[in-house]
Structure formats: structure tokens, C-alpha cells
Design a protein around this ligand. Structure first.
Ligand code: RP5
Length: 164
């Protein structure tokens, strides 16, 4: 695979089953990515190094997934000019609502694009990264338009089946 353009970070390997959905989407669109377990709290130096070096390595979008006290996306955004997409992980006492609130409540001046909790959010993080990269890639844009057309056709088929 060519050089990664998307960097996926997750706070724990327990987030992997959810974040495989992001990887699946990027693979489907042929977007090269790199995935690391790196925590804002448990391995701050590693997280900082991966973030600071990302742009110089050709990364264009960073996706950060974390659960509970989910600071990962925020600390990543603090150290890079790249756009950051946040994915709240389910689990913990509040099953992802805690992570959602942590991620969506970034102070003014420090945006992260926060997705839904869990697999839907992980899928959409991949798709939003594709859309961002599409701005400078007509080929990727065409694939995304085809994806949306296919989705509409699937809804149509389901409706036809319901009417039959
Ligand atoms: C967060 O705490 C991780 O992103 C994970 O969602 C959650 C629990 O981590 P583990 O205790 O399973 O490693 O930092």
C-alpha cells in the first residue's frame, strides 16, 4: 500500500472491534491508512510524537477514538493543524455518553468533528475522511458519489420489496 493519508488513533486495544469499521470503509475506498493504539493518558509522549510527525509523513486527516474520559481527539487537535475526527467509544459506566460529551464539548478555537457513539460513528469517520480527501481527488469524489447512488438504490429496492 502507498503512504498513509489517514491516521487512526485509539485509546485502547479494546476500541479495536469498533474501529475496524473505519478501517473497512477506508479499505473499500482504497484510502491508505495507519492505525495505532495510543492513549492521551497512558502514553501521552507516544500520542504527541505520532500527532506532531503526521503532517510531515503525508497524513491529511486524523481520526481519534476513545472512551470514558475521552481526551484523545482534543490533545491531538492541540498539536496539529490537520483536521481531527473524533469517535466516542461505547463502554464504561455511561456507555459512550461520557466520551460523546467530552469530545463534542471542545472549547471555541479548537474544533474536532465528533461522530456518533460506536460503530455508526466509526463508519462515518471513515466516510467523512473520504469526503475530505475527495476535495483534492476527483477519482475519490467519483467513488463517493457512486457509493451514495448505490445506497439510494438499496433503499429503493427495499421499498419495492415492501410494496410487492
Ligand atoms: C479509553 O478508555 C479507551 O479509549 C477505552 O475506550 C477506555 C477503556 O480502556 P481499557 O481499560 O479497555 O484499556 O482510554
Amino acid at each position: 500500500m502507498s503512504n498513509p493519508t489517514v491516521l487512526i488513533l485509539m485509546g485502547s486495544d479494546s476500541d479495536l472491534t469498533t474501529m475496524e469499521e473505519t478501517a473497512r470503509v477506508l479499505t473499500e475506498f482504497g484510502v491508505p491508512y495507519e492505525m495505532h493504539v495510543s492513549s492521551a493518558h497512558r502514553s501521552p509522549a507516544k500520542t504527541s510524537k505520532l500527532t506532531r510527525e503526521a503532517e510531515g509523513r503525508g497524513i491529511q486527516v486524523i481520526i481519534a477514538a476513545a472512551g470514558m474520559a475521552a481526551h484523545l481527539a482534543g490533545v491531538v487537535a492541540a498539536e496539529t493543524p490537520l483536521p481531527v475526527i473524533a469517535v466516542p467509544m461505547p463502554g464504561g459506566a455511561l456507555n459512550g455518553v461520557d466520551a460523546l460529551y467530552a469530545m463534542v464539548q471542545m472549547p471555541g478555537g479548537m474544533p474536532v468533528a465528533t461522530m456518533a457513539i460506536g460503530k455508526a460513528g466509526a463508519k462515518n469517520a471513515g466516510l467523512l475522511a473520504v469526503q475530505m480527501l475527495s476535495l483534492s481527488s476527483p477519482e475519490l469524489r467519483a467513488k463517493f458519489v457512486a457509493y451514495k447512488t448505490r445506497m439510494a438504490e438499496e433503499v429503493e429496492e427495499k421499498d419495492r420489496a415492501l410494496q410487492a
